[in-house]
Design a protein around this ligand. Structure first.
Ligand SMILES: Cc1cc2nc3c(=O)[nH]c(=O)nc-3n(C[C@H](O)[C@H](O)[C@H](O)COP(=O)(O)O)c2cc1C
Length: 334
């Protein structure tokens, strides 16, 4: 059966897929535009970029598509406020925030008439986001790549948050690699849509180096591990020689100086901006390659259009009763 649209505020995505924001320069307009053109929500990862670079990329995206372009900005960033305001000024359609919780952002959203979407990993923050005016909530579980707010798997975490949220769309994120899992989250768990990131790293359009994509293709289940981040949260990444040193508490990985001043609070054990940039540019050995836990299941680099077509075909082949099934899942949760 046909998948429902995803309505967030006054925006309507024809296909209920948000491509998860990925900093630093992993999800740029190069990826977000084809996602938006396919009817999903394309997200530019805005954290740790110079505001001017981010604005230029948003404008480029908005010129290239009439679809929905969101910007993801982590609250942990020192420049959070400027990145949010800069994104709005450049014409972003939606702001998605995670890695911490900003109360002030909802007021900014109201003042500028732009939907704010919160990424949360607990029912209490989901409720708070809904109360303060979030247009939607993304439930991000431990299978996600990047920084993690929980160690609880998606299928355990989601129902408790489904029970807590009734007025706004609830999106499931973490470890979703195909349309069958998407349909499962919507049919059986009452999700209104999914956020998917790692699958889109393995797209032709994603602008990371070939070596970054190769690391994804080669990763076995046991190669995808928990790491510590200077942000003060755990993260999920692929084991590289740099990660081995980090896990061995090798002090030689500490950076000599703080060149980027990117975080509000940083423990300076290593420079996360430097390490993410290294892997983006192809120096995977010395870099940090964030990845979802289920990357090992994906063995092909595909065009974004093909990823969408496969997701939708698989999801619609099993998606049962659309809104009715979701209503049942939602009402049995509450
Ligand atoms: C390379 C990479 C970078 C990411 N960067 C961010 C980020 O900057 N901000 C954020 O909120 N989430 C970030 N995430 C999390 C994703 O947006 C997404 O919610 C999560 O990875 C979904 O799980 P999946 O990758 O298994 O699909 C990142 C994930 C990856 C794989």
């Amino acid at each position: 059966m046909k998948l429902p649209e995803l309505k967030i505020g006054s925006l309507i995505a024809r296909i209920p897929i948000i491509q998860g924001g990925m900093s630093i320069r992993v999800s740029t307009s190069a990826l977000a535009v084809p996602v938006a053109e396919c009817g999903g929500i394309g997200t530019i990862g805005g954290s740790a970029l110079p505001v001017e670079e981010l604005q230029e990329d948003i404008r480029k995206a908005k010129r290239a598509t009439k679809g929905i372009i969101a910007v993801n900005i982590m609250y942990a960033m020192r420049d959070f406020y400027n990145l949010v305001m800069g994104s709005i000024e450049a014409g972003a359609d939606m702001i998605i925030t995670g890695a911490g919780f900003s109360r002030d952002i909802f007021k900014i959203g109201r003042e500028h008439n732009i939907p704010i979407v919160s990424i949360v990993s607990s029912a209490s923050f989901a409720k708070l986001a809904e109360k303060l005016g979030a247009a939607a909530v993304v439930v991000e579980a431990t299978e996600a790549g990047g920084h993690l707010g929980t160690m609880t798997p998606l299928r355990e975490l989601f129902p408790s948050i489904r029970k807590a949220i009734s007025k706004i769309p609830l999106i499931a994120a973490g470890g979703i690699t195909d349309g069958y899992e998407m349909a499962e989250m919507m049919d059986q768990y009452g999700a209104d849509g999914v956020q998917v990131a790692s699958r889109f790293v393995l797209s032709e359009e994603c602008s990371v180096s070939q070596a970054f994509k190769e690391a994804y293709l080669k990763a076995r289940q046991e190669d995808i591990v928990l790491v510590s981040s200077p942000v003060g949260m755990p993260g999920r990444a692929i084991k590289t020689p740099f990660v081995d040193k980090m896990l061995a508490c090798d002090e030689s990985i500490a950076s000599k100086e703080c060149r980027y001043q990117c975080l509000k609070k940083c423990d300076h054990k290593y420079c996360i901006s430097e390490r993410l940039m290294a892997s983006h540019d192809g120096d995977v050995e010395n870099g940090l390659v964030f990845s979802g836990a289920n990357t090992f299941k994906m063995k092909e680099i595909l065009p974004v259009r093909e990823i969408f077509d496969r997701f939708v075909k698989a999801a619609e082949s099993v998606y049962k009763e659309g809104t009715d099934a979701q209503q049942t899942a939602k009402s049995s949760a509450s």
